[in-house]
Design a protein around this ligand. Structure first.
Ligand code: CUA
Length: 335
């Protein structure tokens, strides 16, 4: 199969792509040919046997039936649909049956990002890294609504459901970056629920697996937090230029007095940020929807520390830090 793509299909870079495409083109061309014959004959007969002024003189005799013609128009479509059935069934089985030696990755969909857990223990968000030429099994579920894991180049698309696992697999045949889409409308951030599939060589994959366990050594907490802000997809909903997104912007957030949706207010401090990451539904900032997912189990303590350090670093006026004790008191008063 070519890997450049066509008008109809993106490049096919997995082991099943050629079969899916072959069947697709068979159905497409068969449909075009049948359409042309049917419409062509209809047009031709409409003109040839159109009503004329002297219609009475040319009146057709009553037609009975034509056995040869009837066998023909029964047998040909039957053969065509049987080809589609057998071909489709074989391809479907190949897509459904997971190879024994497949490498298993746990996929979690939630509003509005993807997270991936690897057998070695690492976790990545919105970026799944897999070795080339190796079958990858995906064990998937959702924390909220239905999402759908869709990588067009691999011809793989599978719904991701809450309260139930769905399973699919693919084997990438070419190193490169591919876009992962959510193909099920899942709310406001649906169009932003885009991830990346990075297909790498076996050696690169091993190196990456080791890095995955990286806990920020040799980095300041602040820099580690900046890295997590992107890699854990906080960036999807929280901007740092003061603009509103799905969630409140992070710059000049620390130390700020926030009005909550229940009418009370709170001073944003370390504990409030930590609580918002782990239990985001508890205190919602007024004017925002309660849509943030929990990062319980996704972020480790050290990573939360790093994100707090990063949020603090986005503060233009750092004088608040001196009055921390004072602000703590105030936040207690407000509770
Ligand atoms: Cu998730 Cu659309």
């Amino acid at each position: 199969m070519d890997t450049t793509g066509t008008f109809w299909m993106p490049p096919g870079n997995s082991t099943i792509a050629s079969e899916v495409d072959g069947l697709f083109y068979f159905i497409l061309y068969a449909s075009i040919i049948i359409f042309t014959i049917v419409i062509g004959l209809t047009t031709y007969f409409s003109i040839k046997y159109r009503r004329r002024a002297d219609a009475v003189a040319h009146k057709t005799d009553g037609l009975d039936h034509n056995l040869k013609l009837e066998i023909f128009w029964t047998a040909v479509p039957l053969i065509l649909v049987m080809i589609v059935f057998v071909w489709g069934f074989k391809t479907y089985m190949k897509i459904s049956v997971i190879p024994k030696d497949a490498y298993e990755i746990k996929v979690t969909g939630q509003k509005w990002f993807w997270s991936f857990d690897y057998p070695e223990g690492g976790n990545s968000v919105n970026e799944i890294v897999v070795p080339v030429n190796k079958p990858i099994k995906l064990l998937m579920d959702s924390k909220d609504v239905i999402h759908s894991f869709f990588v067009p180049e691999f011809r793989v698309k599978m719904d991701v459901l809450p309260n139930r696992y769905s399973i699919t697999w693919f084997e990438a045949t070419k190193v490169g970056d591919y876009t992962l889409y959510c193909a099920e409308f899942c709310g406001k951030g649906h169009s932003e629920m885009i991830g990346k599939v990075r297909v790498v060589t076996e050696e690169e994959f091993e190196k990456w697996s080791e890095d995955l366990a990286f806990s920020g050594e040799g980095m300041t907490l602040e820099d580690f937090g900046a890295k997590l802000y992107v890699s854990k997809a906080c960036i999807t909903c929280h901007k740092i230029d003061g603009s509103n997104s799905t969630g409140p912007p992070w710059n000049n957030l620390f130390g700020k007095e926030e009005k909550l949706s229940d009418g009370t207010s709170i001073i944003v401090d370390e504990n409030y940020i930590r609580e918002s990451i782990l239990n985001p539904m508890k205190k919602i900032t007024a004017g925002y929807q309660p849509v943030m997912p929990t990062f319980q189990g996704i972020l480790k303590d050290k990573q939360i520390d790093a994100l707090i350090a990063y949020i603090k670093s986005l503060q233009e006026d750092k004088s608040f830090i001196k009055d921390e004790s004072l602000q703590e008191d105030e936040s207690l008063k407000n509770e």
